[in-house]
Design a protein around this ligand. Structure first.
Ligand code: SAH
Length: 353
């Protein structure tokens, strides 16, 4: 290896590291020790690897760097939610959120810097997509929140949701690699069933996930079960209409036998009538599913307003009449712009202005 061009050691698989160690005349098992320091213990410096000799550490330093993320700014909400602005190796910023409830501590992580989809109710859409996150950058967000859960709540991290910035299915390979590390014993050893991937619903990729036999949960940002309305809200629906989504979901259920969660915001004057509620109930019967009705988090002065309490109750009633479980979710972390759809690197933008 060329020692003038140091490589990011976490880009290497365990097998590759083992080969490297053998090549350097080191013992093979040392590679595994280093690998565990890097992933399971998330060390940021070679010098902290206490069971590795000084000589080997110097050799590693001469060949590699560790590109760890850095939490640039941490904000605490009055409701306990914590938002991290995370600086990446190239100084780009993404945000991740710790959401505490009585039973759970959930990490909400980003999969891309910005987002290429133009959902017009979402603040992240305004940032556009800058790049995909690497597997280690996704992993590190989880580690940062796991440490904060222990420090500030004295509790373990219990769940992970891919509901931060970006569309995880447009960065599929890296998201899968991150989840592999999160669930593996050399990584964090978390159970896949505690992980949920949320997507706008890209049919081709939902089928791929089914073929790959992924073990985590799937959530779809539906927001309308009527094509015309959904396309107005989420332009991706023009090329991936509800019929295609429905077909992909049937394939998913056939292969995985696991139900899906629909995320749904009810907006004043957009989807707050019975026609929309009935269309949702019908869509929910395609495969076993449940609905999370999420509160709209305002992102500007504008266009979109949360529907009335009556409209939300009407939806719940119609869904329940159809035997569908619907939960109304309270918004968390709104005061620090940490709620769904509010992640937009606001502090960084403010600094630039
Ligand atoms: N791209 C993925 C994950 C990121 S968004 C996806 O679309 O699922 C996470 C959730 O927040 C999605 O359900 C999204 O539709 C929702 N969301 C976006 N903007 C919102 C807003 N302003 N208020 C409430 N929910 C919002």
């Amino acid at each position: 290896m060329d020692s003038t061009a140091k490589k990011d050691i976490r880009k290497f698989t365990l097998e590759q590291l083992e080969e490297f160690f053998i090549e350097k005349g080191e013992k093979k098992f040392r590679a595994k020790q280093v690998y565990e320091w890097l992933w399971n213990k998330s060390l940021k410096n070679f010098d902290d690897m206490s069971n590795i000799s000084k000589e080997t550490r110097e050799m590693l330093k001469a060949n590699f760097i560790i590109n760890h993320i850095h939490v640039d700014l941490m904000q605490h909400s009055a409701d306990g939610t914590i938002k991290n602005a995370v600086k990446l190796f190239d100084s780009k910023i993404v945000e991740s959120v710790l959401i505490p409830t009585s039973k759970r501590i959930t990490a909400c992580v980003s999969s891309q810097v910005g987002c290429s989809l133009d959902c017009n109710f979402c603040a992240t859409a305004r940032l556009k997509r800058m790049r995909n996150l690497n597997p280690d950058e996704i992993y590190d967000q989880v580690v940062a929140i796991k440490e904060e859960a222990e420090t500030y709540f004295n509790r373990p991290l219990t769940n992970i949701v891919f509901m931060g910035m970006g569309e995880p299915l447009l960065n599929y390979a890296n998201v899968i690699e991150a989840i592999d590390k999160i669930t593996s014993p050399e990584g964090l050893g978390m159970a896949a069933r505690r992980i949920t991937l949320s997507t706008v619903g890209i049919p081709k990729m939902i089928k791929k996930m089914a073929d790959d036999e992924v073990k985590f949960n799937l959530a779809i940002s539906l927001h309308s079960a009527i094509n015309e309305t959904r396309s107005q809200l989420m332009p991706i629906n023009d090329v991936n209409p509800l019929e295609d989504l429905a077909e992909a979901l049937k394939y998913w259920y056939q292969k995985t036998k696991r139900k899906v969660t629909y995320e749904y915001v009810i907006w004043d004057g957009i989807n707050d009538n019975e026609e929309h509620a009935r269309a949702l109930a019908k869509f929910c019967k395609i495969i076993p599913s449940k609905v999370n009705i999420i509160q709209y988090n305002p992102i500007d002065e504008g266009e979109f307003r949360q529907a009335s309490k009556d409209a939300v109750e009407m939806y719940v009633r119609i869904l329940e009449q159809n035997g569908i479980v619907a939960k109304v979710r309270k918004s968390r972390g709104q005061d620090i712009d940490a709620a769904c759809g509010q992640l937009a690197n606001k502090n960084e933008v403010a600094q630039l202005e």
